[in-house]
Design a protein around this ligand. Structure first.
Ligand code: IPE
Ligand code: IPE
Ligand code: MG
Length: 225
């Protein structure tokens, strides 16, 4: 049985879910938030230590302003309302991605959630927001250059947003699309990858557990035989 320390998820398919219901893409984003809550609860119950959720990519700025605003409002609301609950459950919250161009208000909310939950040990949630793996890598390389230290695997690891975290054991992408969309290109080097047909709002605890069980039975070689 493979131990599982870190699950990463590309939560895709919200927009299509809303349109399929003959409603708006934004309704799909709202429904997607409910799936996030369910998956967090189950990950905590399973005693998995890290959960990374891809919420907004550096490329998602190309979407219509109305959708972007809706997504960020949803996120701010979620953090304001749920931080205490996360804290009560011993969950540590961390944003991964660039905070620079995010609004002052959101920066304050993110910092507050990070600060309140910083000593929690049950589960760490990384919310990938304004996240792009290529810029993360460039950023790390620039930090290494500035410090005049060796370019090595461990030095690169240390200068990514995911410093001090194990690499994901498992990546799940919902929404029936098979691509990485600039997500954790370095950290996923040896992860098991599951592409799930269901759209994110339709993804259930049962689906999640099926994937986790499959993962446990997979033979992970890491180059060996
Ligand atoms: C959610 O899914 C991911 C986000 C960028 C918030 P999408 O909004 O990409 O949904 P689809 O893929 O268009 O259905
Ligand atoms: C990836 O989904 C980003 C998130 C889930 C946040 P997208 O829906 O933006 O990916 P592409 O653009 O279809 O590759
Ligand atoms: Mg999508």
């Amino acid at each position: 049985m493979n131990p599982i320390n870190h699950v990463a998820i590309i939560m895709d398919g919200n927009g299509r879910w809303g349109l399929k219901k003959k409603k708006s893409r934004n309704l799909g984003h709202k429904a997607g938030l409910k799936t996030i809550e369910k998956i967090i609860t189950e990950t905590l119950r399973k005693k998995i230590n890290f959960l990374t959720l891809y919420a907004f990519s550096t490329e998602n700025w190309r979407r219509p302003k109305k959708e972007i605003n809706f997504l960020f409002n949803l996120l701010e609301d979620f953090l304001i309302k749920k931080t205490n609950q996360l804290n009560k459950n011993g969950i540590k919250f961390k944003m991964i991605g660039s905070k620079k161009i995010l609004s002052k208000k959101l920066n304050k909310i993110l910092l507050n959630s990070e600060k309140i939950t910083k000593n929690n040990k049950n589960l760490q949630i990384n919310l990938a927001l304004n996240y792009g793996s290529k810029s993360e890598l460039i950023n790390a390389m620039n930090l290494i250059k500035r410090k005049k230290i060796n370019i090595s695997i461990s030095n690169l690891d240390k200068h990514l947003y995911t410093t001090n975290m194990p690499d994901p054991d498992l990546l799940i992408r919902t929404g029936n699309t098979k691509r990485l969309s600039n997500f954790m290109l370095w950290q996923l080097a040896y992860s098991e990858i599951y592409f799930e047909k269901k759209l994110w709002p339709d993804f259930t605890i049962k689906d999640y557990n099926q994937i986790l069980n499959n993962f446990k039975k997979t033979k992970r070689n890491f180059g060996k035989i």
